[in-house]
Design a binder for this molecule. Sequence first.
Ligand SMILES: [Zn+2]
Length: 233
Amino acid sequence: MTTAKQLYALQEVDLDLDRVGRALAEAAEELKTEISIGNLEAALQAEEERLKDLETRQHDNRMETAVRRERSESLEARLYDGSMVNPRDLESLQQEAANVRNLLEQNEAMSLELSIQIEESQTRCADLSIELTGVKARWETRQDELNRIVSRLQAERSDYEKQRALLAGQVEQAALQRYETLRKSKGGRAVAKVERDLCQGCRMSLPTQLRQRVKSGRQTVNCSSCGRMLFVE
Ligand SMILES: [Zn+2]
């Protein structure tokens, strides 16, 4: 006959297997996640694109400035070289020269604003890059650690599986099935020890008659309160 004590020994190994299984799942889950690295990489990429755009705008603005400056200088030269005799022509030339000067001022203000933004963006890119390097290094260390943990847990699991096969082999098939069904519905604990007349599964005191039946060890006795199989050492 299969005793509750045998099943309790099996349960000890099963609980270890549960624990190892959970730890392995956690490690596998963590190994899959590189969220912080992905976010940082995306932020750095976005900032680098912004910087490139700012630099393009700065370049275009400089080209425009050069063209306008040349135009402005030629207009100013014509204004004062004495070639303008018609007052209406002179007035229209003065107007045009003033317009170009105005546009040049706008270019210069834009150039200043873009320089400030470019400098800020460069600082942000450098900061993000440093942060990313740090996070990557820490992640590599953690990955090594996790891989070591996984190897250790896998070795542990293999040992427990061998122990389990040995113990399960000594148990009757019907008892094993009852144990497994009960274990599923009782949070992994199908068998409970009786200590100081208390069921250690639910901490309830056992009726005298039940206690005596457990002590006799002749049959499987279930706790009248939680339904677990009981045994005394
Ligand atoms: Zn109980």
